[in-house]
Write a protein that binds this ligand. Sequence first.
Ligand code: CDP
Length: 225
Amino acid sequence: MGKPARPSFIVAVDGPAASGKGTIATRLAAELGLPVLDTGLLYRAVGVLMDRAGLSLDDEGAAAAAAATLSADLLSDPALRTRAAGELASRVAVHPRVRDALLEFQRTFARQDGGAVLDGRDIGTVICPEAPAKLFVTATPEVRAERRWKQLFAQGEEVSYEDVLADIRRRDARDGGRDAAPMKAAPDAALLETTEMTIEQAADAARRIVEAARVRWEALERDDR
Ligand code: CDP
């Protein structure tokens, strides 16, 4: 007989573009000793594959087929981190069949032995509604645009602040307005409004929320045994 599986402590970090959720998720994972998955990369990869193949982003069948072929090396391609890839991702992410094709991979990752941290738009609502720790990270569009502009500038992308703000507003509207798994806070998510916070302060606040959730979860796990 193998060792009994350790229960999965799943941390769901959702929120809009450039809210800080990626940095928060990475730090939480390091502190908890858990693996982390940036689920946005999956949608970015599908968008980039479609674009490279010259296929229409509205072609749901082709996008779902692309989603079924993702490979680990594509996920580390720096092309996925560009401004253009964010827009491509949000356009393919509206398709229910694309979301379905990516669902099992995300759930399996989340439910691995010991648990995991996932960041995205629908982790707490659709992928892992059972997650014992859920955060919904927000900030005003203006502050998020400033953060994203600095990030893109550091990556060597020259774009105006106004254009980044327009991207963010467009993506917020599309991600929040779609029928399939729209971006929204789960009813049991802790809201973390980071407009006035540094990333250090936001990460500290997230850690406190997750520590409290972990204590509650461990008590429930003990009761179940
Ligand atoms: O880093 P940023 O927040 O700009 O984007 P991302 O997390 O990489 O996500 C890119 C796009 O993928 C989003 O605008 C969403 O349309 C989509 N996405 C999604 O629909 N569901 C997820 N769980 C993650 C991303």
